[in-house]
Write a protein that binds this ligand. Structure first.
Ligand code: SAH
Ligand code: SF4
Ligand code: F3S
Length: 443
């Protein structure tokens, strides 16, 4: 049988990036070859995100474009996979007539069988969630551009049920991946020349692998990955403030290749809002964890996620978010307007009562404050020297390379004879709120 061409587009979080790589691995075994040209594909897959309404709207507008392509190319099949497939199920087939195939995040092994159904003229759908599936045995086909940094999924699903969040519904229950397959994958990446892996899970702190006498925690698996090679940088995402342990901070302090950057989503600076969000920690607990991070890991950079305008958020509660941001001095933040998601606790129990213009104004205040904090964080680096892992050529200039510090800050510097994958000591001369600019140390 001649091979077929697969085009895949990925939206949403890093977990979706890895899932797309798993899907490509599965389909390559069944005679599909990747193409970057949507117009020459036999199969177009769109790996989708449901986290906010605008994420879903973006996918719907892409589907309208695929519809145009399909009208010109009768042979092409269109599949929706990922979180939107899981959330909407059959409804997607009804609402978007261009779609032939709907597959949820735990059903990717069924793709080849479902595609046979599609070929015989039926629609294919499987949105069963699993208690066990981790795709641990599948080696993802990497689609990154730099061949230096990659993601390794260590768990799937989420049991936290934050009131605003669709993920527990679209990804199912939390489960951890066999540690041997994690180590094998990370070692394989290092041997291929990769120099950084990010261990992924919705809440990596609750990684747990119990098998006979073995009982591994996230701290244990992180240490094992760190020991693969001192030249392999290791990051992880995401941590939950309620279970970020001192033991984790001690492990991070012991290994220089465990990057000194922690993403600790706060969502709100108000304990009352956090309670409504069902986040299971208070402002005070969060601040105590930040102090512990700074104590164990001097110079650690801290980033976060913030939601503006959650149900019932008062002006005073919003001010508490701003004051907490200022107190922490975040190096970086992802900032969002609250978007009500169907079937979540918040949608069922609370009113989405903050007017859109108030949400927008609060979000603007949060963004403006973060711009200042990001600039202040970068200004403190001017005059310092950092080890930078080179990821590629700078977007703005062929003569410059860019890479990151252990603290996850982007550094741009003159190319010289360096290349991607190199570690370069760079002295920082100046900065913007997003980038450090420097020169390599002469050795
Ligand atoms: N598991 C991770 C990531 C979840 S999704 C975590 O717990 O941090 C990434 C971010 O999207 C969340 O941290 C939150 O800030 C934001 N988010 C999730 N649901 C949202 C919603 N309904 N409206 C707006 N932002 C949301
Ligand atoms: Fe969503 Fe909360 Fe789980 Fe993160 S921890 S994925 S915000 S439910
Ligand atoms: Fe989106 Fe699903 Fe990730 S909802 S953020 S793609 S887990």
């Amino acid at each position: 049988m001649s091979s077929r061409k697969l085009y895949i587009e990925t939206y949403g979080c890093q977990m979706n990036v890895v899932d797309s790589e798993v899907v490509v691995a599965i389909l390559q075994q069944h005679n599909y070859q990747l193409t970057e040209e949507v117009t020459e594909a036999d199969l177009v897959l769109i790996n989708t995100c449901s986290i906010r309404d605008n994420a879903e709207q973006r996918v719907r507008s892409r589907l309208r474009e695929f519809k145009r392509i399909k009208q010109q190319n009768r042979g092409v099949s269109v599949g929706v996979i990922g979180c939107m497939a899981e959330r909407l199920k059959e409804k997607l087939l009804e609402e978007e007539t261009v779609v032939d195939l709907v597959v949820g995040p735990d059903a990717y092994r069924e793709l080849p069988a479902l595609l046979q159904e599609v070929e015989s003229g039926q629609k294919g759908i499987n949105t069963l969630l699993s208690m066990e599936e981790t795709y641990g045995d599948i080696r993802p086909v990497r689609m990154d551009r730099n061949h230096v940094t990659s993601f390794v999924a260590i768990m799937r699903g989420c049991n936290n049920f934050c009131a605003y969040c669709v993920v527990p519904g679209t990804r199912g229950r939390e489960r951890s991946r066999d540690p041997e397959t994690i180590i094998r994958e990370a070692t394989g990446l290092f041997n291929k020349g990769y120099r950084e892996v990010t261990l992924l899970g919705q809440n990596v702190n609750s990684y747990r692998w119990v098998n006979g006498s073995r009982d591994l925690t996230f701290e244990n698996i992180l240490e094992q990955v760190a020991k693969i090679d001192p030249l392999l940088r290791v990051r992880f995402a995401t941590s939950h403030p309620k279970d970020m342990s001192d033991e984790l901070l001690r492990v991070m302090a012991r290994f220089p290749n465990l990057c000194k950057a922690i993403h600790l989503p706060v969502q709100s600076g108000s304990s009352a809002v956090l309670e409504r969000m069902k986040r299971k920690y208070t402002r005070e607990h969060y601040m105590e964890r930040i102090s512990a991070m700074r104590k164990h890991l001097p110079g650690v950079s801290i980033s976060t996620d913030i939601i503006a305008g959650f149900c019932g958020e008062t002006e005073e509660e919003h001010q508490q978010t701003l004051s907490l941001m200022e107190w922490v001095g975040y190096d970086f933040a992802y900032m969002f307007k609250y978007s009500e998601r169907p079937d979540t606790f918040a949608a069922n129990k609370y009113k989405d009562d903050i007017p859109d213009e108030v949400k927008s104004r609060r979000l603007q205040e949060i963004i403006q404050l973060q711009n200042r904090l990001s600039l202040e964080s970068k200004e403190l680096d001017v005059g310092q020297t950092y080890e930078v892992l080179v990821e590629g050529t700078s977007k703005k200039s062929e003569e410059h390379l860019f890479g990151r510090t252990s603290q996850n800050k982007v550094v741009v510097f003159p190319k010289g004879t360096f290349k991607r994958g190199d570690y370069v000591d760079v002295t920082i001369n100046s900065c913007t709120s997003a980038t450090l600019i420097g020169t390599p140390v002469q050795s």
